[in-house]
Design a protein around this ligand. Structure first.
Ligand SMILES: Nc1ncnc2c1ncn2[C@@H]1O[C@H](COP(=O)(O)OP(=O)(O)OP(=O)(O)O)[C@@H](O)[C@H]1O
Length: 284
């Protein structure tokens, strides 16, 4: 469980706060996507969750962030990493070993996991992420999507309850991006991990996450279930966040009084919506 109350953070020397009056709860087992334009504060919010803010970046910090009951100000990022595992944007910089197995063992050793347990923990995490066959591969021989999965498996091996990812598909093509999100859904639904992901690709978020947080200039502009948030598509477009065209179409049809059913998030659902609307022409 994550609970953020009245959070404000201003980097030292910055003219304005990177985070301003943030209030947010994330329940255990939730799958949350964070979206917003460049500079909106998405990465800073992830730093506030894993303790990098305020421990590694100096600045003015107000408010409270609790991660599974641990106050991020009173706990070190190392202590917090037992609860919340972070996969950063630059995974190449995060990886230290040449071999997949060694990369995973490195994190576990650092975490103080007894040697006898390490092999089993690596097996478990590779299976959860669905990349068992990559265990003995050289990391430099992997595709971008495979590397991303290894980075995620290395974090999952530490058995956090929350996995936090900052743009995990930034470098990936559409198909590999979907693979990453399918895998995150599996971790969420099958293994109960709470997933919090910063992502620019709105279609992926609409398809996979349950809740959306939209950020604008350090604040939360909207937060809630995906369809609830997308009902505000005009406001999202106004702050520079593109929404799927099917959503804009549905919201306009709603505003015109032509439709009051559920918001479609993809072409199939849009087809159902249009059939519902058009069928009224033929009703007696
Ligand atoms: N180390 C820093 N020192 C001073 N200001 C910073 C620092 N890092 C970020 N900022 C500022 O804080 C604000 C929020 O930045 P942040 O990186 O969190 O946004 P973002 O939404 O993740 O952007 P992007 O999508 O471009 O990564 C921006 O105005 C940025 O210039």
């Amino acid at each position: 469980m994550i609970s953020i109350r009245g959070l404000r953070f201003q980097y030292k020397g910055a003219k304005r706060a990177a985070l301003d009056n943030i209030n947010l709860d994330i329940a255990d087992g939730d799958f949350v996507g964070i979206i917003g334009t460049s500079g909106a504060g998405k990465s800073t919010l992830t730093y506030a969750l894993n303790g990098i803010v305020p421990h590694h970046f100096t600045g003015d910090f107000y408010g409270q962030v609790l991660v599974d009951g641990m106050d991020t100000v009173d706990s070190s990022p190392e202590q917090l990493s037992a609860k919340i595992g972070s996969v950063f944007q630059d995974i190449d910089a995060q990886m230290v070993a040449s071999l997949v197995e060694d990369e995973m063992a490195f994190g576990l050793e650092n975490f103080g996991v007894p040697r006898a347990e390490i092999g089993g923990r690596i097996d478990e995490a590779l299976a959860m992420v669905g990349i068992g066959p990559l265990r003995y591969r050289m990391i430099r021989s992997l595709s971008g999507g495979e590397k991303q999965k290894v980075a995620i498996a290395a974090i999952v091996a530490l058995r956090p309850s929350i996995v936090l990812l900052d743009e995990p598909t930034g470098e990936l093509d559409p198909q590999s991006s979907r693979h990453i999100f399918s895998m995150l859904r599996e971790l969420n639904e099958r293994f109960g991990l709470t997933i919090v992901v910063v992502e620019q690709k709105i279609m992926l978020l609409c398809e996979f996450v349950r809740k959306l947080v939209v950020m604008e200039q350090g604040r939360i502009a909207h937060a809630g279930a995906v369809r609830e948030v997308l009902a505000h598509s005009d406001e999202m477009e106004a702050i520079g966040v593109n929404v799927p065209r099917v959503v804009t179409l549905a919201n306009r049809l709603r505003a015109a009084g032509l439709y009051d059913g559920p918001l479609p998030l993809n072409i199939d659902e849009a087809e159902v919506m249009l059939k519902t609307i058009l069928s009224t022409d033929y009703a007696d």
